[in-house]
Design a protein around this ligand. Structure first.
Ligand code: SF4
Length: 182
């Protein structure tokens, strides 16, 4: 299916933002893998603690179906510089700017009449304590961004297929997001 997005207008919009690289991709080329979510389960403290993480986001099959229900996506990266990449606190603090950028891309697509679904970095931390922990529904379902990994997306595979940079070395970090649209 051909993308209906006005690419010239989108390019004009996106050039205002510090996006490092972006691609418009077809989502039927995206495969999901359970091994990614096994890392969530084994290594992430937020597993089973937010609506933006597995298992709350659904089974791998449900996640893949959700991704494929949006024919296209804007997949992009932004770059952040820190004084020391090993300083986790400093590194994570740069994520917020990337999330704002991600929201801006989604808002733009919505303003053009598209329905969007966003996958980005880490898990949602809009609320001080996620309502998931109290067994209540998500407070901001329209604003929360599950992470790419929660849906079993192998970011490095997309990066390689799209001939993008995965890392730049030194004290730089590349953050990735994907805004799906239909
Ligand atoms: S918006 Fe609040 S309730 Fe919803 S996933 Fe994020 S932290 Fe949890």
């Amino acid at each position: 299916m051909e993308v209906s997005l006005n690419l010239e207008k989108f390019e004009e919009f996106i050039s205002q933002y510090p996006i490092f690289e972006y691609r418009i991709i077809k989502t039927n080329e995206i495969e999901t893998e359970e091994r990614v979510r096994i890392i969530c389960e084994k290594e992430c403290v937020r597993y089973n603690s937010t609506w933006a993480c597995p298992p709350a986001v659904g089974t791998l099959e449900e996640c893949e179906e959700r991704i494929h229900s949006y024919p296209h996506a804007v997949f992009f990266s932004s770059v952040a510089e820190v004084s020391d990449v090993l300083n986790l606190e400093e590194t994570l603090s740069t994520r917020l700017a990337h999330e704002e950028l991600t929201t801006a891309v989604s808002d733009y697509l919505r303003s053009q009449g598209y329905e969007t679904f966003t996958l980005s970095t880490e898990s949602c931390d809009i609320c001080i304590e996620c309502a998931y922990k109290q067994g209540r529904p998500c407070v901001h379902p329209d604003r929360m961004h599950p992470c790419l990994e929660s849906h079993g997306v192998v970011v490095s595979q997309i990066v390689e297929a799209q001939q993008m940079e995965f890392q730049l070395g030194g004290n730089t970090i590349l953050w990735f997001s994907m805004v799906l649209f239909r």
